[in-house]
Structure formats: C-alpha cells, structure tokens
Design a protein. Structure first.
Length: 97
C-alpha cells in the first residue's frame, strides 16, 4: 500500500525551503569568487552566476565520475565541488568566446 501524496507534489519531486536556497546561493557566490581569484574576473553578479552554474556542473561531473572527496564537512565538500565546476565553466566560456 502506497503512502498518500501531498497535494500538488509529484513523486520524487525535490522541494527547497528559503534557508536551503540561500545556502545554495551563498555556496555558489563563494565558489564563483574563488574561481575568479584563480582565473581572474570581477563582478558580484558574475560570481553568483558562475558559481551556481559551477555547482551544477561540478555536482554532475563528480557524481558521474564517482569522485568522493575525503572531507568530513558537507559544506566544505560542496564548496570544493562548486568551485571546481565554476573553474570548468569559466574555462569553457573562454574557449567558446
């Protein structure tokens, strides 16, 4: 017997509350800033965009390649993953441009 579904939710749907969204954006901002320090660049909005895109790219690549960082802190692991992804996003953007 299946559990009843909440109205308006789909099976397997991921929902985020405001605090999780703010943490996600803060991690993205920090990752974008670190990537810009490594590769050069400026602009707060650019940091945020690059960091958020980098967190998706880094998360996908680390998952696809089955890379697990030997770090006990989940937040630090997310920052490292997002920064690696952000660096790859910046390099790809420079190659395309």
């Amino acid at each position: 017997m299946a559990l009843p579904q909440r109205r308006g939710s789909q099976p397997g749907a991921v929902t985020m509350n405001t605090q999780q969204i703010l943490i996600f954006l803060a991690v993205g901002l920090l990752a974008g800033f670190i990537a810009s320090v490594v590769l050069g660049g400026d602009g707060l909005l650019r940091y945020l965009i690059i960091g958020v895109l980098g967190s998706f790219v880094g998360g996908y690549l680390f998952s696809a390649l089955r890379i697990q960082l030997p770090v006990k802190s989940v937040l630090l692991s997310q920052i490292i993953t997002a920064t690696a992804g952000a660096i790859l996003v910046v390099i790809a953007a420079r190659i395309i441009a």
